[in-house]
Write a protein that binds this ligand. Sequence first.
Ligand code: NAD
Length: 381
Amino acid sequence: MKIGVPKEIFEGEARVALTPDSAGHLQKLGHQCFVEAGAGAAAGFSDKAYEAAGVTVVKTATALFKEVDIVAKVRPPSEAETKRLSKGQTLISFFYPAQNEKLLELANKQGATVVAMDMVPRISRAQKMDALSSMANIAGYRAVIEAGNNFGRFFTGQVTAAGKVPPAKVLIVGAGVAGLAAIGTSTSLGAITYAFDVRPEVAEQIESMGAEFVYLDFEEKQTDGAATGGYAAPSSPEFREAQLKKFRELAPEMDIVITTALIPGRDAPVLWTKDMVEAMKPGSVIVDLAAERGGNCELTKADQKVVTDNGVTIVGYTDFPSRMAAQSSTLYANNIRHMMFDLTPGKDGVVNHNMEDDVIRGATVTHGGEITFPPPPPKIA
Ligand code: NAD
């Protein structure tokens, strides 16, 4: 099959869905690779590097969409891109079908098959295709780097001839994939790191990474917000109150707060309130990874960095993976080529879109003229 990757058109998006390395793997599966001219430039992959890897560089997106059987992208397609899809053509990209109902209908009307990378079931076998996790891992890492960039001191404590420096205290709120990556980065830089999650089962993971789990003084077991299929559920008002009380105690002590708390299908819970920001020391930094979904911090402004009157910097960027485009593109392109591996069982360049396969079924949101979202739950964990 012919697989083509256009240049991302979302403003500021620097990632690309194919790298010269991933193209080599796709070719071994019997596929031919195409890329729109300049598609990898912002991620550090030149047209020459693609050509050297045997990829055909196509001048325009229009020509690319006409040429290929499978279009691979990072961001969900625009309406115009979706209209370019033809009958029988496959699109593989982030798609968020629940939020993009009209786009889903349009893709189906075009007769295209859509494989949504955000719908890959989170079962063990599919980890190599789990683009949500690979991007969350990068976002968590980058959140700490971004915090450090805005923080005027060391993370680690030092005793120097010029004076003693205390270690920074970092609080990570939410210990999913991004939160755990942030914990790992923060502890490795030498900060005293604390972390909280409504799912008590993550306490062990937090502690194994060298951070301290923040326990609540709460009479009921901390299961009000605990797992539904591995994800958090909204907390009870009493639990939330206990959580906010604890955060109020911690606010004056923390130098850096990184928030990553999310509940699937909902706006981000507000957990770091205005009064907590006001209680923080000047020079402290908040990085809100939930900014795109409304923010965990009451004062976050999406896509902006603000400095409050009391000197607290609040970073609300929503493009952390794109800020590390070479790394993100490499991992995302790997997720895509693993998806193609499963779609090409004969390694003969022939796609077998096997809807009996849990992973392929879960990720496929339109196929054969039908909307196939939402999928049934996977049969195997
Ligand atoms: P997410 O991005 O949906 O949420 C981030 C974190 O916020 C979660 O840990 C959640 O518990 C936490 N949270 C929600 N409300 C909170 C609150 N009020 N206070 C503090 N924290 C709050 O999560 P994610 O990173 O996508 O991971 C969710 C789950 O999926 C985890 O259990 C993770 O281990 C699991 N997972 C499994 C696989 C796999 O098996 N292949 C892959 C990735 C993730």
